[in-house]
Write a protein that binds this ligand. Sequence first.
Ligand code: FES
Length: 168
Amino acid sequence: MSSKVSRRQFLSYALMGTGGFMASAMLMPMVRFALDPVLQPGSDGEFIPTQQKADDVTEVPVKVDFVIKDRKDAWYVSDVADSAWVYRDGDDIIALSPVCKHLGCTVNWEGDANHPDMFFCPCHDGLYEKNGKNVPGTPPLGPLDQYEVEVVDGFVHLGKIVPNQLVD
Ligand code: FES
């Protein structure tokens, strides 16, 4: 058998190589998207400490900033700043993700004077009730996600992000 590569074979190898490269370029973002939940805080079961004292949490949501230490993102490791909207509901402490379920902007509590007692997304006027329920007729089609919450030595610790448990 000859080890020579015909022009036709060379062309098909070259096309396969190019096709493979293009396919991997298209698949990488999908793989990254699939892995993303693994990269979120508390994804390995740990809870991230915050500076928020549990006793100071009231029924009015407050923005709690925290830092995820040594977050691995592809090839590099870094500290990542994040936040949650935290409030008290009876004996429970609720922590909602600030990430709008429309296109991912950041929502603010009472961010619009015309809609008190609501979360407002400034990007496309998205509205959510205090429990994270999206208001029909505004762009978001689902409720805000929640963080798992633990109180450790009097401080709020946040676990992984889970689908909203407060909305029917
Ligand atoms: S990103 Fe929030 S309403 Fe569009």
